[in-house]
Design a protein around this ligand. Structure first.
Ligand code: NAD
Length: 386
């Protein structure tokens, strides 16, 4: 029997469950790269399409935990020294957290977590865990790889259209009773013909490239491993050996790489200066890939035309976070990977990982980030410890 500490975002302000807009969601069995969607033995403790990412939804894990005699603590109280999370940290065997409401597992917190064996991300992106410290302590870090990549790719395409076409200010003006077309369109352009470049063409980045192909835009990418020639040819991709080469050639820059020590502040003032005037930036990967203040200054200087995304630091973003009122921003709270559709997949994947972990079966290779004192699986392909 184990103690499982699960940190999820708070319930809807109007109460749980919410009234749903639809009765069901499409079932996705296989992802674009051929990986199968989660296959837990089950039963699932929820109906796909329900809100399970919040505290009352508990990822649908309550029945599974009770049936197997595990102690299951679910909370959204995660940051202060006397938070519920801190109280249970020293005795937890498994910690489940989400990138949308991350329980930061710093080295200091990992030192306190004496019983911890598994840090499980219900979603994708485990940078809220100090991976080096986890590897040293022999803690396995796993995430539900693939589960929300298409959700994020859709959000990125939406964000590109929103900032380039000036959708959000135009919508706000229509709600305010305004019908001044010129005010809406003075910063509105078509994306057709604009050159797009993604830093990272893994599951999400490649998904964005696939979706942008019909918009008839020149498509560019840079990443550690070059894509197969067949993919480059089919999508008409131009590969750039360096980030500098990519950002200086395109009109729209997207970030779809993980955050680890050497990608922190990748887009700093020097990198921004290499971009053309009027470049748009979209970042649904991690906030600390960019220098927050340098982005504000480049927008205020008229060098960067707009910035959109859904990732902030820290999360939740404080009321006074300067990006909330940054000019020409298309920011949302961290939602792209937690649509109701995405939740069904990452909650099922969380159950699959727990079933394997508790029965001593190997966790799927692609779900592993850290295992056996080092990077493993997807972690070995996409992260470094420095
Ligand atoms: P992935 O592992 O499939 O792809 C990441 C790619 O980045 C890999 O191909 C890797 O080779 C490449 N890469 C790593 N370091 C690089 C570098 N320094 N320069 C160039 N390329 C580099 O991951 P993914 O599923 O596409 O997700 C990417 C990131 O997006 C995640 O790590 C996570 O931080 C973020 N994400 C955000 C959300 C959200 O809700 N906003 C949801 C899912 C993932």
């Amino acid at each position: 029997m184990a103690k499982v500490l699960c940190v999820l975002y708070p319930d809807p302000q109007a109460g749980y469950p919410p009234p749903y807009a639809r009765d069901s969601i499409p079932e996705i069995k296989v992802y674009a790269d051929g990986q199968t969607a989660p296959t837990p033995q089950g039963p699932l403790g929820f109906k796909p399409g329900e809100l399970v990412g919040c505290v009352s939804g508990n990822l649908g894990l309550r029945d599974y935990m009770e049936k197997n005699g595990h102690e299951f603590i679910v909370t959204s109280d995660k940051d202060s020294p006397d938070s519920v999370f801190e109280q249970h940290l020293p005795t937890a065997d498994v910690i489940i957290s989400q990138p949308f409401w991350p329980a930061y597992l710093t080295r200091e917190r990992l030192e306190k977590a004496r019983n911890l064996k598994l840090a499980l991300t219900a979603g994708i992106g485990s940078d809220h865990v100090d991976l080096k410290a986890a590897a040293e302590k022999g803690v396995t870090v796993a995430e539900v790889t693939g589960s929300n990549c298409d959700s994020v790719a859709e959000h990125i395409v939406m964000s590109i259209l929103a900032i380039v076409r000036n959708f959000l200010p135009s919508h706000t003006l229509s709600q305010a009773g305004v019908w001044n077309i010129a005010d809406c369109v003075e910063r509105s352009y078509d994306i057709q013909g604009m050159s797009f470049g993604t830093i990272g063409a893994g599951r999400i980045g490649l998904g964005v490239l696939e979706r942008l192909k019909p918009f008839r835009m020149p498509l560019n990418y840079t990443q550690r491993h070059r894509l197969p020639a067949e993919v480059e040819e089919r999508l008409g991709l131009t590969f750039h050996p360096t980030v500098e080469s990519l950002v200086s050639s395109v009109d729209i820059v997207n970030l779809s790489i993980p955050l680890y020590p050497s990608t922190e502040n990748l887009i700093d003032a020097q990198m921004l200066a290499k971009m053309k005037r009027g470049t748009y930036i979209v970042n649904c990967a991690r906030a600390r890939l960019v220098d927050q203040q340098a982005i504000i200054e480049a927008i205020d200087a008229g060098h960067i035309a707009g910035y959109a995304g859904d990732v902030w630091f820290p999360e939740p973003a404080p009321l006074a976070h300067p990006w909330r009122n940054m000019r020409f921003n298309g920011m949302t709270p961290h939602i792209s990977g937690t649509s109701l559709s995405a939740q069904a997949r990452y909650a099922a994947g969380t159950l699959e990982i727990l079933e394997d972990f508790f029965s001593g079966r190997p966790i799927r290779e692609e779900y592993l980030i850290v295992h056996g004192h080092g990077l493993a699986g997807t972690g070995a392909k996409s992260y470094t410890l420095k």
